[in-house]
Design a protein around this ligand. Sequence first.
Ligand code: CUA
Length: 321
Amino acid sequence: MAQKGAHVIMQLGAILRVFEPGSPQTRAIFDLGLVSAVILALIFAVVAGIIVYALMRFRWREGESDPHQIAGNKTVELVWTAIPCAIVLALFTLTAHTMSLSDPAPAPEPDLIVIGHQWWWEARYTNTGAVVANEIHIPVGRALSIRLESTDVLHEFWVPELARKITAVPGHPNHIWIEADKPGTYLGVCSEFCGTEHAWMRFLIIAEPPEQFDAWEQAQLQPSARPVEDSAAKGLAFFQQMSCVSCHAINGTAANARVGPDLTHFASRRQLGAGIAENTPENLRRWLADPHRVKPGVNMPNFNFTDEQLTDLVAYLESLK
Ligand code: CUA
């Protein structure tokens, strides 16, 4: 219940962020919205004003005869055809201009390939080969071209502050640009219903100064940390014996499957389960103990780990900075 409440608040928060554009693309969309709202408000005020004026001024009064009847007036008809045509043409031109700003033609080679899965996002940096899940870092002030794919059903990639929405269609890549003016963490959501956990298919766009971004990307390319503690070492051994390796990859170990999120730098992520919980040892333990309690419908099975196994797995995964 508390989780549901938190979700509704977050959803509302995500929607409200369209009022805080943080990139040239979303600013163009926001400005078009403002200009359209002003034009529509003016039309409303003029039409409503004329109606109210006519009702008052030409009201029937006691003893008055019918007014003079007019049938057709070319000038008036031309004027009230021309004005709406001009308004529609103006809105069309503004919209076409905004579309060219908010959705430029795709780059020949994308900077990022983002793939929607039920229910998480994978991102691959094409230049370096770094692969991440649910937390996508970008350099501030540079537009990155994204090729959007899906492995299963329709999803929709939406970061309200940074870019327009775009649908991830299986077998049909779509393109979008993403950019942030200022460093910060921007919430992204899936905005196309895609199954039971559609609401928990969140992601973060973390915009950083270019040097910080480069350092992050280099760190993501490093193989996973070797466990130092005994418990973490047992966790790694256990991870490799179990069927964890048939879904997950951990660079530098025997695990290289691509079904679930890459866990090479798992501990550097802020959240678990595509936004459902903070990435803390306690939450990770709850997740591993019964993923379906935390995120009903998730593809990860319940392995009925023992307490000791849980402790070792948590120690290992949380050491993967
Ligand atoms: Cu993916 Cu909704």
